[in-house]
Ligand binder design. Structure first.
Ligand SMILES: [Zn+2]
Ligand SMILES: [Zn+2]
Length: 140
């Protein structure tokens, strides 16, 4: 049933639901790790060994342009991808490179100065050292 709705969702966004697109979207929906294109490639080729890196890059580009996934620029070294379209912020750990989800107060997140404008998307990035890297630092 999930596969049917995923195909339908891609069609609604104007994308033909190819096997590659569905496989990549399914993988992104299954993870909270905000993978890079390289990581997406190494995961989806476990089940679909014929998908090339170029296809993964092109598919991620098409999915993010159509609004099926978010392309995050939180990591300056590589684009990261997120299938969670609910408004949330991201925390980037400069020690381990993990991108973590941060919940936001949807009512007060943006403040009053946006009144009168139509907000279509928001990207909020926080940078620092994550909890588990801090714990490791303290052990040393
Ligand atoms: Zn960390
Ligand atoms: Zn996220």
């Amino acid at each position: 049933m999930r596969n049917v709705s995923r195909s339908q969702r891609l069609r609604n966004l104007g994308l033909v639901p190819t096997i590659q697109r569905l496989a990549i979207l399914e993988y992104l929906e299954s993870t909270r790790s905000h993978p890079t294109a390289e990581q997406v490639h190494s995961e989806v080729t476990k089940e679909h060994p014929s998908i090339s890196k170029a296809t993964v890059y092109n598919t991620l580009e098409a999915l993010s342009k159509a609004g099926a996934v978010l392309k995050l620029t939180v990591d300056r070294t590589a684009a990261r991808y997120d299938a969670d379209l609910e408004p949330h912020a991201h925390f980037y750990c400069r020690t381990c490179g993990e991108v973590l989800d941060v919940t936001v107060d949807k009512e007060n997140w943006l403040g009053e100065r946006l009144a009168g404008h139509r907000v279509e998307s928001v990207r909020t990035y926080a940078y620092g050292i994550c909890e588990s890297c801090l714990a490791n630092e303290n052990e040393e």
